[in-house]
Design a binder for this molecule. Structure first.
Ligand SMILES: CC(C)=CCC/C(C)=C/CC/C(C)=C/CC/C(C)=C/COP(=O)(O)OP(=O)(O)O
Length: 308
């Protein structure tokens, strides 16, 4: 078998831990403003971990979605995975890896969901259509559900300062399926919001079996046809995404840091409402949640984090 060159240990010394976290913080603040503000709701150590994780996910995504993605091949992803293995073995290869190496050790984060996310990027390299929802669901797990699994130890399970023993017993359940469900719900939401943009790039994420079910064709989608067939198809997709949000909601009570998770869930779910308000026109209008709505949802998220 062809041996790939192993990512060599760095030639020049890497940055310090605090500089590395600062790079990750900067990247998060730059690319994901809302997400960054959400991270500020966490205590410092958890916040830093979220930045390190975000930076790695962003860099992984950039390999197939970014400006330099043209030059990405399966070999690029192989090398990225080897770099990941080195990082988990305690040998960061580049400046940004330094923070993540520290984070995965501190929070005992498992490597498998990271590998799965790279497998998700491979799917994006290989294909631009999904025949069934099962196939799409696997893609959504890999590119987004994995983030739920990676971040669960950071939100924390069973470390809240409850004084009653039966409560602390209850809290030891790790809501893995629910964390994956939130990733899937968010990715489905993203797909619905970006249908028009993706079609321009020749990509259709909506399962082709669903298009057929509503008698809507690929050509209709490419032309941006909005009619009763399209609206029915979109209603079906939105309902499915909402089922995943519902499943996710049931898992948040087991986490220690519930507020940022509730906030993220509510903000992203709000995009589905915006699509409905836009009469399912995802071709010429971008569904978004306004600053005002974001701010108003915060106290509700806080309340849910206390009582649900
Ligand atoms: C519910 C439980 C038990 C735990 C929570 C577990 C979490 C946080 C799951 C969510 C994982 C997550 C954040 C997945 C990413 C989803 C996604 C589609 C992000 C979109 O990223 P961008 O493409 O940068 O977003 P915008 O395009 O909206 O800026």
């Amino acid at each position: 078998m062809l041996q790939l060159p192993r990512p060599t240990p760095p030639k020049k010394p890497l940055v310090s831990l605090s500089e590395s976290y600062e790079f990750c913080r900067h990247m998060t603040a730059e690319y994901a403003k809302t997400f960054y503000l959400g991270s500020l709701l966490l205590p410092k150590e958890k916040r830093k971990a979220i930045w390190a994780i975000y930076a790695w996910c962003r860099r992984t995504d950039e390999l197939v979605d970014g400006v330099k993605s043209e030059s990405t091949t399966p070999t690029t992803l192989e090398q990225w995975e080897q770099q990941l293995e080195l990082l988990f073995a305690g040998h960061p290869v580049d400046d940004m890896d330094v923070a993540l190496t520290d984070t995965v050790k501190n929070f005992s984060i498992d490597i498998q969901p990271f590998r799965d996310m790279i497998a998700g990027q491979r799917m994006d390299l290989d294909r631009n259509r999904y025949e069934t929802f099962e196939e799409l669901k696997l893609y959504c797990y890999r590119v987004a559900g994995t983030v739920g699994l990676i971040t669960n130890p950071v939100w924390g399970i069973g470390n809240s300062n409850s004084t009653v023993p039966w409560e602390s017993q209850q809290k030891l359940y790790e809501p893995r399926e629910e964390a994956i469900a939130l990733g899937i719900a968010m990715q489905l939401t993203n797909i619905l919001r970006d249908v028009g943009e993706d079609a321009q790039r020749g990509r259709i994420y909506l399962p082709l079996e669903d298009l057929r079910l509503f008698d809507y064709t690929e050509e209709d989608l490419m032309k941006g046809v909005i009619d009763d067939r399209w609206r029915a198809l979109m209603r079906f997709q939105i309902q499915r995404a909402r089922q995943y949000y519902h499943q996710a909601e049931k898992g948040i009570r087991y986490l220690d840091s519930r507020l940022p998770v509730w906030a993220a869930l509510m903000l992203y779910q709000g995009i589905l409402d915006a699509i409905e308000r836009n009469q399912y026109d995802v071709f010429t209008r971008r569904a978004f949640v306004s600053k005002r709505e974001k701010i108003l949802s915060l106290p509700v998220a806080w309340l849910r984090a206390q009582v649900l």
